[in-house]
Write a protein that binds this ligand. Structure first.
Ligand SMILES: Cc1cc2nc3c(=O)[nH]c(=O)nc-3n(C[C@H](O)[C@H](O)[C@H](O)COP(=O)(O)OP(=O)(O)OC[C@H]3O[C@@H](n4cnc5c(N)ncnc54)[C@H](O)[C@@H]3O)c2cc1C
Length: 497
């Protein structure tokens, strides 16, 4: 293992995916996670017989996970069941109407026809348009480390770069969606996809309309037993492949001699390493773990963090047949909601409410006559003037009142409760300003401004996770781990490294 030692910072999915690949390639890999267990923002808690995923609840692009298992010599289906969710989501609109969205095109068209017959044909066209963006961009923006000049200049990528105008970067998500759909409810529904990477549909480039294609064209899934089963399964694969995982192990510093990394400092001890793969938020890492480089820090401070969130975990007494596994109760003024969050960093007065209830699919996740509600509200990233103790109480009231208006009077049925604010996300996962997807994609150039997978400052330092290319969300962070591992392997093989 001479010169093949890799220290991995953090046990999030990006880092874990990179660690497994590197171990498979013959590197000696040590992973350090500051928390008592790995998984990062994919986490779970059990409260009085109610079991909750506390972070991600919907899985897209499952083939990314399958490929990682294959590479490591395992078969994903031996340990993990990916279940398509039907409906993918039940939408409750401000006027009281309800719509079930489905990846089954026929069902989706029927649902749209019931809501707005004139928009059925628009949906066909919208899906085709979103697929075109996917086909044009996926290879380059999702699967290629775009900051690597050599890789970007490959002929097939150059062809894409010359057709960049076709991926709709000059309009916003909202502007483009509004051109397709006449019914404001459908506009709100498709605008929502910008939040899948923590962005604002009223600012983010329409290129993000790729996301509805990923969900409706490629499918949305749940993992039997809960999304956290993915972490369990990856931990098993990692350990089997020889990754040494240490939890409650906080990395305090990336050590280097001149401009070459030579290890990390963990709980006061120096661990020698030839390469460091940082899966912790890269902006925070540049502030807390990497000394010097004041200029780079200033540059990183200008990257706008993604949305944060407020989560209520509620163990509910009683069943609600009118709710599905995934539900969204929309606010009545989407543009004000986002303006409050992104322009003023304020808690929205009327937030859109997302509710995931895994006990609809996994009955064992709640007592026989109960349900486990994971309630997520989009929130601004941390900024001066916010008082989260106060907002927690205010939002609880707002959410309960709004749910009551839709026929869900649960205030006296909450048997157990746990709440997470943006401060908690910042504290628990060391995420930049509590952001839950890393950097927002509100500008046309974010894809290029996001940090690269290889450090330009220190030789031997690489990055994975939501704050770096290609961005946040389970499949993308796992792809970032793949890119970082590939770069390490290539650099290791190169004579002049
Ligand atoms: C509420 C919520 C809902 C979400 N919903 C979805 C969804 O439905 N679908 C989806 O695909 N994605 C969703 N996401 C996003 C997805 O969970 C994240 O993008 C992804 O899990 C982040 O992975 P990561 O590799 O960036 O690592 P992270 O999860 O950010 O983990 C980083 C890890 O590094 C550790 N760490 C940090 N600093 C140090 C240090 N100095 N030393 C040691 N360890 C350190 C942290 O403790 C943490 O465990 C959601 C996220 C949240 C929070």
């Amino acid at each position: 293992m001479e010169n093949r030692r890799v220290a991995v910072i953090g046990g999030g999915l990006g880092a874990l995916s990179g660690a497994i690949r590197l171990a498979q390639l013959g590197f000696s890999v040590q992973l350090f996670e500051k928390n008592p267990k790995i998984g990062g923002k994919v986490n779970e808690v059990i409260l009085d017989g109610y079991r909750f995923d506390t972070g991600a609840s919907l899985l897209t692009m499952p083939f990314v996970i399958d490929e990682l298992f294959d590479v490591a010599g395992f078969k994903r289906s031996d340990t993990l069941d990916f279940l398509p969710i039907e409906p993918i989501c039940r939408y409750f609109f401000p006027d009281g109407s309800v719509m079930d969205a489905s990846a089954d095109k026929k069902k989706m068209k029927t649902a749209i026809a019931e809501l707005s017959p004139n928009d059925v044909e628009a949906y066909e066209r919208f899906l085709k348009y979103a697929k075109r963006i996917h086909d044009l961009t996926a290879e380059i923006f999702m699967y290629t480390p775009i900051h690597e000049f050599r890789k970007l200049m490959r002929p097939r990528h150059l062809r894409t770069l010359f057709r960049l105008h076709q991926i709709d970067p000059f309009r916003t998500v909202h502007e483009r969606v509004s051109r397709f759909f006449s019914d404001p409810r459908l506009v709100q529904l498709f605008d929502r996809y910008a939040t899948y990477n923590g962005s604002d549909p009223f600012q983010a480039p329409a290129t993000l309309n790729i996301i509805p294609y990923v969900e409706y064209g490629l499918g949305g899934f749940y993992i039997k037993g809960g999304i956290y089963r993915l972490v369990d399964a990856l931990e098993t694969v990692a350990r089997e492949r020889g990754v040494q995982i240490q939890t409650s192990a906080k990395v305090e510093r990336v050590c280097h001699v001149g401009k070459r990394v030579n290890g990390v400092q963990v709980n006061g001890e120096t661990i020698d390493a030839d390469y460091v793969l940082c899966g912790a938020d890269a902006v925070v890492a540049h502030h807390k773990l990497i000394d010097g480089h004041q200029h780079q820090r200033k540059k990183l401070n200008r990257l706008e963090p993604s949305l944060s969130g407020m989560v209520f975990l509620w163990g509910i007494e009683g069943k609600h047949a009118a709710l599905a596994h995934h539900n969204v109760v929309f606010s009545s003024d989407y543009s004000t909601e986002f303006r409050q969050m992104f322009e003023h960093q304020q808690v929205p007065d009327e937030p859109t409410i997302y509710i995931a209830i895994t006990s609809k699919t996994d009955a064992a996740h709640a007592p026989t006559d109960g349900e486990n509600w994971f309630v997520l509200l989009n929130m601004p990233y941390l900024a001066p003037g916010q008082v989260w103790e106060h907002e927690k109480t205010r939002m609880r009231r707002v959410v309960l009142d709004k749910l009551k208006q839709h026929g869900f009077d649960i205030a006296d049925r909450i048997a157990v409760e746990q709440v997470y604010t943006p401060e908690d996300f910042s504290e628990l996962y060391a995420s930049n300003k509590g952001s839950i997807y890393g950097v927002s994609s509100n500008s046309k150039t974010t894809a290029f401004k996001r940090l690269p997978n290889r450090s330009g400052l220190l030789k031997g330092l690489y990055f994975a996770g939501g704050s770096v290319h290609p961005g946040g969300g389970i499949p993308l962070v796992m792809l970032s781990g793949k890119m970082a591992a590939t770069l390490i392997a290539e650099d290791h093989a190169s004579k002049d490294f």
